[in-house]
Design a protein around this ligand. Sequence first.
Ligand code: FES
Length: 121
Amino acid sequence: MQDRKLKAICSLHDLRHASYLTRQISLKGQACSALVFLFEGKPYSYVNHCMHMQRPLDCEQDAIFDGTGKFLRCSMHGFIFDPTTGECQSPVCLGQRLQALRLQEIDGMVFFAEKHLALLV
Ligand code: FES
């Protein structure tokens, strides 16, 4: 029987063919957007809110990585984040982190594994 807290997002195949995906979610009753992406072959997900001004990282551009592909980059003011931890590398928010969302892979599918998360349409 499938764990009830698992919510299917997409296949790993889908993630390999997209630079990132977004999903509308409810987290502890709050509607928000989640980013899902592969980095060095591993899937990651964060709430799509930059801690600088609470804007979605892709609010100005349809992209979440900087030119090097090594850092997440907020398109509003260019703050960058470690994709593996969500930790901000830019001086104003140095050390603050994007809110990570737990994922689980099962048989090539990627799931949210957060108890208080629901997928919205
Ligand atoms: S809102 Fe993200 S860097 Fe300013």
